[in-house]
Design a protein around this ligand. Structure first.
Ligand SMILES: C[S@@+](CC[C@H](N)C(=O)[O-])C[C@H]1O[C@@H](n2cnc3c(N)ncnc32)[C@H](O)[C@@H]1O
Length: 294
């Protein structure tokens, strides 16, 4: 990378990530770290959460006695992270160019953050930065969505979404296999403060609020996602904005080689549940250790 850029594309919807995906992903990834990393660490180990987002993973690690630093390129995401984990350190920086003044016992990067790194060269630069910021034999863990899995599941359809009385959102991932290029689109719908046009509209607004609350039930997910396909037509007064995030489907074999060339050893790849066979159903969770410099 020639100039020092900072990835800040999450600034626009940090408020939404903080109350929806942040807590949900944080819980899932914590279970993975509890199984695959924490039993191997000394107490009070120094940890770096690379691309920490809104930091929901950090507070439970602080509570277990670890010292945690979070790094992210988005200032708005970090502002929420500071609220969620007030005792952590935070660095506003870019994974492709950061350098750390301290050496960590472990660095981790969760929820496919590194799929935002758009080339293998840039991903290798991230690996080199991580390598330099680790203690000898320190651990590096991260997860990635990979081409087979993206081709199978990222089909341009709505896969997640919620409706609240004040806002609604949908997530729609897509994948173009020739260039291993994916994208996820986030559409946000924000309710008007109070529909003033007519009494009829006000009444509908009041009637829909409990219906939307009901739709948040897990067992109504399919119905909710169906409804969200037509949400613009259903709620034409809600303000819609569409955000598009390009991501790269890095091939697992390329990633493994880049890790080896950087000097990482004992590379294991597993599913989030710990199964060692990665197929198109699962994202790939990497665990490796800093070896001697090659
Ligand atoms: C999907 S979110 C994951 C956040 C968090 N790790 C989690 O599990 O909820 C991706 C995060 O990566 C950050 N990010 C992406 N590319 C980055 C880069 N090059 N440098 C720093 N942060 C980056 C984004 O700002 C965003 O906060």
């Amino acid at each position: 990378m020639l100039s020092k850029e900072r990835y800040n594309a999450y600034d626009t919807w940090a408020w939404l990530y903080n109350q929806t995906m942040g807590p949900a992903y944080g819980q899932e990834q914590l279970r993975w770290l509890e199984r695959s990393l924490l039993p191997q660490l000394p107490s009070a180990a120094q940890l770096l959460d690379l691309c920490c987002g809104t930091g929901q993973l950090i507070q439970p690690l602080l509570e277990r006695g670890y010292q945690v630093t979070g790094l992210d390129g988005s200032e708005a995401m970090l502002n929420y992270a500071r609220e969620n984990a007030p005792r952590a350190n935070f660095w506003l920086d870019d994974a492709r160019t950061f350098s750390s003044p301290i050496q960590f016992d472990a660095v981790f990067s969760t929820s496919a953050s590194l799929n935002h790194i758009m080339s293998l060269e840039a991903l290798t630069e991230v690996f080199q930065n991580v390598y330099r910021s680790l203690q000898p034999s320190g651990f590096f863990l991260f997860d990635l969505n990979h081409p087979g899995q993206m081709q199978k599941w990222w089909r341009g359809q709505i896969v997640e979404g919620e409706i609240d009385s004040r806002y609604a959102w949908i997530l729609r991932p897509s994948y173009e296999p020739t260039h291993h290029q994916g994208a996820f689109e986030v559409s946000l719908f924000e309710a008007p403060r109070w529909p003033s046009q007519s009494w009829g509209k006000r009444l509908m607004y009041l009637l829909r609020a409990p219906l939307y609350r009901l739709l948040s039930l897990r067992r109504l997910t399919r119905f909710r996602l169906k409804l969200l396909c037509y949400f613009s037509r259903l709620e034409p007064d809600w303000q819609r904005s569409d955000l598009n995030y390009p991501v790269k489907g890095h091939a697992i074999a390329d990633v493994r080689l880049a890790l080896q060339q950087t000097g990482f050893e004992q590379i294991c790849i597993e599913t989030i549940e710990g199964a060692d066979k990665i197929d198109d159903n699962y994202s790939a969770h990497f665990i490796c250790r800093k070896g001697a410099q090659p």
